[in-house]
Design a binder for this molecule. Sequence first.
Ligand code: HEM
Length: 489
Amino acid sequence: SIPAVGSRLLHSVYQFFPRSLSPSLPGPLSLPLLGNMLELAHDHLPSHLTSLARRYGNIYRLKCGNTTMVVLNSGDIIREALVKKWSDFAGRPHSYTGDVVSGGGRSISLGDYSEEWRAHRRLAHNALQRCSQKSLHWVIQKQALHLRQVLLDYNGRAADLSEDFTVAASNIITTLAFGKEYEKSSAELQRLHGCLNEIVSLWGSPWISALDCFPLLRKLPNPPFSRLLKEVARRDDIIRTHLDEYKMQAPSKTSEEDIAITSALLNGLGKPQDTTQGVVLTDTHVHMATVDLLIGGTETTAAWLSWTVAFLLHRPEVQYRVYDELCSVLDGRYPQYSDRHRLPVLCAVISEVLRLRPVAPLAVPHRAIRDSSIAGYFIPKNTVIIPNLFGAHHDPAVWTDPYSFKPERFLEGGGASTRALLPFGGGARLCLGEAVAKMELFLFTAYLLRDFQFVPAESQTSLPDLIGVASVVLKAKAYSVIALPRPGP
Ligand code: HEM
């Protein structure tokens, strides 16, 4: 195509001319020493980066210490980098604090692109796929029914459901990972979540990210950083205990009973395909893959569920339309994932919430592993790339009335296409749990809206805030809601 030829031409031009001749990236004024640190310390970073795009365009640069970051704000530009030129941008930045939380860069999510990383991701992907085929549908249905009971037990009282959503999402991952599920009150679950939550929120805090850009700060006392180190040690202890327990019990299970990812991961170790070019995967890879699945798969799904209920409280007629569709299509029974093609209104709600509140709004930073270009700009090796998924999902050139919750835009004649969505990123770093997440979002929402009508806690004046709190995960602020049981079929 013409744009592809154009970009290849530009790339070859850059090979021969001095870099200074390539157009320089726009961006806000960078202060001596601080660079654009103040822009990055904004409390709702995705929406701030989106407002900068209105001023500087859909691709601009920010400086942080010696690091140059390039922020991508439109679907086309993000796809160019992550999908079309995936092999140029599949890296992750090396960072001091990233190394602390990822066992020295040995996790799938934060590990840099290498043969070892590819083998690690393949091992986890195959294990997840094998277990999903065997059991994902019933594992999710079981948790959806359990969540139904939890909501019934509130007896029409107003409650903040965010923790119930976290327990449901987490039980899916712990069942898949080690064949274990927990009650909300379980001390073991509280310990696990307490520490994973702390790690994610501390790691996203400016006190800690400053250590990556300004090495001198590492010499000063930093209580949040000391807490991070403690929580990471606690996390590793908990996971190690689970894996050891699992290994002790596993021989007593037949391979038919054994649906846990852990056994698929352990079985995958030492297989010839994982030892290409001398890569040997070990127990550490199993450990870090488990951490990746727990961190990647819990807060994301739970945050999405909280957003869905929050938006539906603002538009009760949409909630009714989904209920009506579920009743008429399913004739009283609970849905299967294969019913999704017959439930367009429900699917439109799911897409619209993913559009407005992509729960990983800035994905995870990428790194250019060689010199390349994006949108005609030269991008040198080691540049950090921030895919602003939130910005792409609010791009007025693609979405009409981008800030409004309008699921009908995805229905026939509504003018929007789910192909323009990028909530799971793309290319080599596409979310590893995309298929799991899609089935969870569908089944949880369908079960909840079939059995309950969600109404505001007191009156219309207590409708939840829709801005939220942005860190690595974009979460709704705490709110209470009443879940009124629908009459039985
Ligand atoms: C990475 C979104 C659920 C596991 C990511 C990324 C995004 C994302 C945007 C970063 C992609 C990039 O770097 O370009 C979401 C959303 C979810 C969700 C919106 C739910 C609504 C899950 C679940 C799991 C999971 C359920 C696990 C079962 C991971 C892992 C990575 C990842 C391991 C790192 C992949 C890599 O670096 O290669 N996710 N995710 N996610 N996600 Fe998800």
